[in-house]
Design a protein around this ligand. Sequence first.
Ligand code: FPP
Length: 233
Amino acid sequence: MLTHLGIIMDGNGRWARSRGLPRIDGHKAAEESIHEAVEYCGEVGIKYLTLFAFSTENWKRPKAEVSFIMFLLSRFIKRNIDDLDRKDVRIRAAGRLDDLPVKPRSDLDAAIARTESNLGLNLILALSYGGRAEIVDAVKRLTADIKAGSKSVTDISEESISSSMYLPDVPDPDLIIRTSGEKRLSNFLLWESAYSELYFTDTLWPDFRRKHLQEAIADYESRRRRFGDIGGN
Ligand code: FPP
């Protein structure tokens, strides 16, 4: 059963460079892969798809590249919102959203509000997202509750930390895919990935198509998840 799929969409820059193009063309080309992933997840009934679109560390990139990614986010929403809404997709976001520039933030907020009652695929955009930052923010929220007297130290538990994450109703990811040959999580869903299956592929994100996703899911389905137990038979 695959309920929640996370994808670290890596390799856009290398895809562009290998074609003698500027890095931003790689981000542009990434849109088609996003499109196919969203379509496929909707078709096979995956309930949550989290895309690592922009990390807390990505702010360190050249200003022009950051601005372009923010422009792409707005453009993606504008171009796809009607179609996504029609397909019952609910758009959500996770991260330090207050760090986003005004325009992409308001486009994002409008898309989130418009699709709030949709019951199909939850498309979660991780934006200005860092797993450590999320844990820090959760601890701050819990500490504030303790200070205010609504919680006590004994209330701190794995459950209460999970409930203080950005999207507490979203189940932990079953499978995380990273494209482009890097084999690390790079601060993606650190708390939530404790038992996630990991799948790494050399395919660069702009080349990642439906068949690659099918291969990754078939690989996942062949694994036995034991969650620390010894497993049956
Ligand atoms: C990783 O490739 C990709 C990113 C850091 C940005 C991803 C952004 C988008 C796909 C566009 C914006 C989002 C939406 C939802 C439209 P890289 O640049 O790190 O590639 P490299 O490792 O080859 O340099």
